[in-house]
Design a protein around this ligand. Structure first.
Ligand SMILES: Cc1ncc(COP(=O)(O)O)c(C=O)c1O
Length: 448
């Protein structure tokens, strides 16, 4: 019988694939999760095992161990941060007013807006000169429709590990008594020594962390933290049970409990030693290392090479990175610890074997990312058709265009397609970047 997926995964493990990407257990080499969990724990709601959708016993007890901050209760999410974001957006649909959203939000935010069929105000953004990504919203800019706002939604940190002044933004919203949801998907390890501060310390109403991304938890394991004074609390809990499976995985839930234990006992000494050595090794190979606010992330670039070139070279050596873009690759480092099984020495050896030549600097596509505030138009475009990218100028985009990863829409449905956008899509096509919304060099446009 054909079993293509299992075979592929088997091959990767047999070849000794080295993970510099999510999940945080790095192919089960960080956190000793496999020593604490076994597959036969994959049970269901039998007597004594409680019910995630009505927790009163052991699941409630377990969730209480996730006590990162005294003002918040923690709730397991077995369908990722996505399910937490959808639940909060859905809960606020009963409130009058507008959603105010950062343009660099994850696609789950825009899906949530589509589900409630409400437009949102998109905030003016700042571009990071270091990474060429959205760093975060401009905290000083005027906010359109602020007097009508009902919920602010911000991503902190960005995918590349950069932090904007989220405290200033939360204060601004708090002053007007507008609740905020912080998508801290990439910050489950925050507040550990040397890492940025979590927005749990800043009075956010809802904070969602993907434990699986940076801590050793199973994929899909996330936690939503709800402030004791958060508006719509009961409604959010209700929708969490709508947006999550009725058969929650006991393995995922136990892995969250284990990840929390790991977090509480974590000593970063090994991490910082190994990180320093790794950075030196990469630099010694004539590559550049860009360090960002979150020390768990490293950006590696090299003159004459695109990020896609570097990704291919790393993969030829069996090293898998989180993502590549035009300029760089993004590495998500392991939270190394004294008794991990991460193949660190092999990683250094393989990096040493990379053949980096001196090359002329490459021309980049120089596509301007839009920073100005605007509106997200929710809902589907009723009638659309597929056209070749090169024939789409001045047409209206029929679907969001989302490079994955990172899963952040770069172009929204309803927008007029410019030459600049076509240039960028062609560049992705040439580089074989996975982009949701583009199929065989075609995109959907509005057809009326
Ligand atoms: C910024 C951001 N928010 C939310 C998510 C969704 O998280 P999850 O995969 O836990 O559903 C992601 C996933 O990549 C993300 O990068």
């Amino acid at each position: 019988m054909s079993k293509p997926l299992s075979d592929k995964l088997d091959n990767l493990l047999n070849e000794g694939a080295i993970s510099l990407h999510v999940p945080g257990h790095k192919n089960m080499t960080i956190g000793n999760l496999d020593k604490h969990l076994s597959l036969n724990m994959d049970m269901t709601e039998i007597t004594g095992l409680d019910d995630l959708h009505h927790p009163e016993e052991v699941i409630l007890k377990s969730m209480k161990t996730i006590n990162k901050h005294k003002d918040y209760t923690a709730h397991f999410l077995v369908n990722g941060t996505t399910s937490g974001i959808l639940s909060v957006i859905q809960a606020f649909s009963t409130v009058n007013g507008k959603y105010i959203v950062a343009r660099n939000s994850h696609k789950s935010v825009f899906h949530g807006l589509d589900l409630v069929n409400e437009d949102a105000t998109l905030l003016e953004m700042n571009l990071s000169k270091r990474t060429n990504q959205y760093e975060g919203p401009n905290v000083n800019a005027e906010i359109k429709d602020f007097n009508e706002a009902k919920l602010g939604i911000f991503t902190y940190p960005n995918y590349y590990g950069e932090c904007f002044d989220v405290q200033a933004m939360i204060n601004r919203f708090k002053l007007e008594k507008i609740p905020v949801l912080i998508d801290e998907a990439h910050g489950a390890h925050f507040d550990l020594e040397g890492f940025p501060t979590s927005s749990l310390n800043m009075g956010a109403d809802y904070v969602v962390q993907s434990y699986h991304k940076t801590l050793p938890a199973l994929t899909m394991g996330s936690v939503i933290f709800i402030h004791k004074n958060a508006a719509q609390k009961e409604n959010v809990l209700k929708y969490m049970s709508y947006f999550q499976t009725s058969s929650p995985s006991y393995l995922i839930m136990s892995s969250l409990e284990q990840a929390q234990r790991f977090y509480e006992r974590y000593d970063g000494q090994d991490f910082y030693n190994k990180r320093t050595q790794l950075v030196e090794k990469i630099k010694a190979m004539d590559m550049n290392v860009l360090e960002v606010d979150d020390k768990l992330k490293l950006l590696v670039s090299c003159p004459g090479y695109s990020g896609f070139d570097l990704q291919r070279m790393f993969e030829e050596k069996g090293i898998y990175v989180e993502l590549a873009d035009e300029y760089q690759i993004l590495l998500i480092l392991p939270l190394w610890h004294s008794d991990d099984c991460y193949p660190y020495d092999t990683l250094l050896t393989k990096i040493n074997e990379l053949k980096i030549e001196r090359r002329e600097k490459k021309e980049t596509s120089e596509v301007n990312i839009r920073l100005q505030s605007g509106t997200y138009h929710s809902g589907d475009i009723k009638k659309s058709r597929w056209v070749d990218i090169d024939k789409a100028e001045n047409e209206i985009l029929g679907n969001d265009i989302v490079p994955y990863p990172p899963g952040i829409p770069v172009m929204f449905k309803g927008e007029t397609i410019t030459q600049n956008m076509i240039k960028l899509m062609n560049y992705w096509h040439e580089q074989h970047v996975r982009v949701e919304g583009i199929k065989k060099h075609k995109i959907e446009i509005k057809d009326e």
